[in-house]
Write a protein that binds this ligand. Structure first.
Ligand SMILES: [Zn+2]
Length: 172
């Protein structure tokens, strides 16, 4: 079962990538995948509902031209499946929440119905992770790889893998 392998680096550290495609591992890729995530501070999200004060993290990972293009479409597809799951939940909530309920109760019950509708999506994403993804928080960036060999190369390049851990990682 392919699950992604997460490697964390401090947010201010520029990641080094192996000189191969992050999707298919081909050598000397001719393009790149650019991903941006913002490390929204809890306070700025809470008070301003914005990423105004948060650090924006942009990462460029080497990729073949056709892998970068198919990756883009794959991301759109994942977003589409997520939106369809949310829409299905809202449709279900509209269908089974009695019209006489108060607005607050309607909101709470819609939320309670939509959340379980996202479980199949979450399981599907865990079982079929994107080849590469990032997630930033205030202190670190998590680099998520589907290919364990690529993840290992990345970890070694960025000095997050100690010599004695290398065999364990290979068995991951
Ligand atoms: Zn490729």
């Amino acid at each position: 079962m392919p699950v992604s392998i997460d490697i964390e680096l401090p947010i201010n550290k520029k990641a080094k990538f192996p000189a191969s495609c992050v999707v298919c591992a081909a050598d000397h890729p001719d393009s790149k995948i650019v991903l941006t995530d913002s490390a929204a501070g809890v306070l700025s999200s809470w008070f301003f509902h914005s990423n105004l004060w948060s650090a924006k993290v942009t990462v460029e990972a080497p990729a073949c031209k056709h892998c970068a293009s198919s990756y883009r479409w794959l991301r759109y597809f994942y977003i589409l499946v997520l939106l369809l799951s949310i829409a299905a939940g809202i449709f279900l909530a509209n269908w089974c929440v009695p019209p006489g309920w108060s607005r607050l109760l309607k909101k709470i019950s819609t939320f309670a119905i939509v959340l379980p509708c996202l479980i199949p999506y979450v399981i599907w994403v865990i079982k079929n992770p994107l080849p590469f993804h990032i997630h930033a928080d205030e202190k670190k960036v998590s680099y998520q790889f589907r290919n364990p060999d690529y993840a290992k190369g990345f970890a070694i390049l960025n000095n997050v893998l100690k010599e004695e851990d290398r065999d364990d990682f290979a068995a991951h």
